[in-house]
Write a protein that binds this ligand. Structure first.
Ligand code: COA
Ligand code: AMP
Length: 634
């Protein structure tokens, strides 16, 4: 099939196109209306359809005779355990857990938080919620109790599902004690905490609200999937915004299922029955879409990996897993490849394994540098493709659609627009940028099925953040350009969001924590280049007058506070004291200028700066502290 023709049809006849794709799913009620527009910017796909995601991911395959196929390969080098879970077993676990949740009083319309390490029970929990119409919100395990508390207060779960502990390389992560701390901090008090005991480390303290996962399951009766409206919110997934408060991206059921099923075939080019592996975490959108729902919908065996690309035990782990489970399509972040490349530059480990099943290697989550792309191409000898998407979209917006027609791979570009996404680059006046000119990357409305419905509890933030700047377009928050062949190049965020090791973080949130230190008069936190993680945060502070505090002790205190409030995942490690910060005459701190100086990128001193001499002062501080691309060695 020709890409251009297929893509064009999706843009010109979206209803016809997506009706056909919706037909690939088993609905209880096939939608009579395909696309409903309720306002200039509000579109709903399949509003009168009815279906159940848990049914489509599990029961359908069992009914069709695939109960013995492996649904999930759980591979945990950190606990030295492995498990192959069939669709039969998955149905048993999920339907009994759904029964257990119902016993706890959960029903359609309730919300539940899932805060778990990468263990099968995390997948069971998501699918059990989906089975009975409970909207889940998975919180990434690397977030600290304070972040969890913010999410508890926003989505008001009836229950939190967690595990006693997790393991980060060789360090025990106390999940349950973190939940207890969050429960204490949050204003909303969930009725129960369901705890899966892993028997790792010391037993965790019992609280009155605790329910034992294994005990609950013993007495639970399995329950079948309930019929849900297509627009029923399957999940809320919090992501960083440009303020300190994360936003809850709301995903529907029918549009998402249609889009994911479509993407497995046409973007990733994988047939049912094969093994697909996304090396991410269930706490991120990649985990939701391509560890859990996408592969299972498509009857692929999915890999649930509790480990890291290196150190668990070494840089051969990815290749071992790919060979062992005959992975056909693999998806990871460029950071993971850079980490492996650093340990094994020649790719010697790769040669020890039979990777002959591998068809495609996909990369996403952050900008992919050409060197990483080339190394992966050379070593794996299969098409290696960058692709671009966001928590908001839920599935790729730019890609090389491997299941349609393989296109040339252009280093630096995330590919061509995926069917359904009318991707454009606009200038400040809302006019399309000519080829190669950088501007805001936008998508003309309507967005295709599967994209965000709303921001939980905050519809106005959805409008203000995404729809207001260019009426009729979705604003992605990324900058970029399109070349004369239609390839799109994403150059980075145009706001205060940074991408550290493929993890999306808000510098505004870090800045709030730094600013709260009693010695700090003002501060700026921004992302600078990092050869391993793509970006890393750097903080500059101006001390209050009369305060004398060693830079190192201030740094120690603030770094600790960021770890305490956001989590180690923020990778906030460096703080420098400066005499003053560059500002516009209206008082706005010039963060982009500070970043460009550190990255030794081109910059011009803006005429609006209040005092140009400040640039020399900042350069001096950077030089003294070895900040800059010449100092960021892998
Ligand atoms: N729970 C608790 N802590 C976690 C965590 C989790 N799930 N994930 C990460 N952390 C901690 C780490 O232990 C580390 O703590 P430290 O500062 O005390 O060492 C900190 O958060 C930063 O973690 P990370 O950014 O992962 O850095 P790292 O040096 O531990 O590992 C890589 C570097 C490259 C191996 C790792 O970042 C990686 O695997 N990246 C790919 C991630 C990915 O797939 N992202 C795509 C998501 S779609
Ligand atoms: P998240 O919502 O966590 O998936 O992060 C989405 C953001 O990550 C995007 O807005 C981009 O800034 C960045 N991103 C994701 N994939 C890519 C890519 N392939 N190239 C460049 N940036 C990317």
């Amino acid at each position: 099939m020709r890409y251009q023709e297929f893509y064009q049809k999706s843009i010109e006849k979206p209803e016809e196109f997506w009706k056909e794709q919706a037909g690939q799913l088993d609905w209880y009620t096939f939608p009579g209306t395909i696309l409903q527009q309720t306002s200039a910017s509000d579109f709903r796909w399949f509003p009168d359809g009815e279906l159940n995601m848990s049914y489509l991911c599990i029961d359908k395959h069992v009914e069709e005779g695939f109960g013995d196929q492996v649904a999930v390969y759980y591979d945990s080098p950190v606990t030295q355990s492995k498990q192959a879970i069939t669709f039969f077993q998955l149905r048993d676990e999920v339907s009994r857990l759904a029964g257990g949740l119902a016993r706890l009083g959960l029903e359609k319309g309730d919300t539940a938080i899932i805060y778990m390490p990468m263990i099968p029970q995390a997948i069971y929990a998501m699918l059990a919620c989906a089975r009975i119409g409970v909207t889940h919100s998975v919180v990434f395990g690397g977030f600290a109790p304070h972040e969890l508390a913010i999410r508890i207060d926003d989505c008001k779960p009836k229950v939190i599902i967690t595990a006693s502990s997790g393991i980060e390389v060789d360090r025990l992560i106390p999940y349950k004690p973190f939940v207890d701390a969050a429960m204490e901090e949050a204003k909303h008090k969930p009725e129960n905490v369901l705890v899966f005991h892993r028997k790792l480390g010391a037993p965790v303290a019992q609280k009155p609200y605790d329910v034992d996962y294994q005990e609950l399951l013993k007495n639970a009766s399995p329950i079948p999937p309930v019929v849900l409206a297509s627009n029923h919110p399957l999940y809320i997934l919090y992501t960083s915004g440009t303020t300190g408060t994360p936003k809850g991206i709301v995903r529907d059921t029918g549009g998402y299922a249609t889009a994911l099923k479509f993407s497995m075939k046409y973007v990733y080019g994988i047939e049912p029955g094969a093994t697909y592996w996304a090396a991410s975490d269930v706490g991120w959108v990649v985990g939701h879409s391509y560890i859990v729902y996408g592969p299972l919908l498509n009857r692929n065996s999915t890999v649930l990996f509790e480990g890291k690309p290196i150190k668990t035990p070494d840089a051969s782990t990815f290749w071992r897993i790919m060979a062992e489970y005959k992975v056909e399509v693999m998806f990871t972040a460029p950071t993971a490849i850079r980490a492996i490349k650093k340990e094994d530059p020649q790719g010697a480990h790769i040669k020890q394994f039979d990777l002959s099943y591998l068809k495609y290697q996909f990369l996403a989550g952050e900008r992919c540098d050409a060197a990483t792309l080339r190394w992966t191409q050379e070593k794996l000898k299969v098409p290696v493709m960058d692709h671009w998407w966001q928590t908001e979209s839920g599935w790729p917006m730019l890609a090389n659609m491997a299941g349609v027609e393989l296109q040339e791979v252009k280093p630096g570009s995330a590919g061509l627009p995926v069917c359904g996404y009318n991707v454009q680059v606009l200038n400040e006046n809302g006019a399309p940028c000519p080829a190669a000119e950088e501007g805001d990357v936008v998508v003309k409305l309507p967005l295709p099925p599967g994209c965000l419905l709303d921001i939980w509890n905050n519809p106005q933030r959805f409008i203000n953040g995404y729809l207001q700047k260019f009426p009729g377009y979705y604003l992605s928050g990324d900058g970029g350009y399109i070349d004369d062949g239609g390839y799109v190049y994403i150059t980075g965020r145009v706001d205060d969001i940074i991408n550290v090791a493929g993890h999306r973080l808000s510098t505004a949130e870090m800045e709030e924590i730094v600013a709260a230190h009693p010695a700090v008069a003002e501060c700026a936190v921004f992302g600078i280049h990092c050869a391993l993680k793509g970006q890393k945060p750097l903080g500059l502070v101006v001390l209050k007058s009369g305060v004398s505090l060693e830079e190192s002790s201030l740094q120690g205190e603030v770094v600790q506070q960021v770890r305490h409030e956001i989590g180690a995942i923020a990778s906030f490690k460096k703080l420098l004291v400066v005499k003053r910060l560059p500002k516009t005459r209206s008082g706005k701190t010039m963060r982009k200028l500070l970043r460009n100086i550190a990255d030794e990128a081109q910059y011009s001193v803006p005429s609006t700066i209040d005092d140009p001499r400040i640039i020399e002062e900042i350069k001096e501080v950077y030089k003294h502290n070895q900040v800059g691309i010449n100092y960021t060695h892998i």
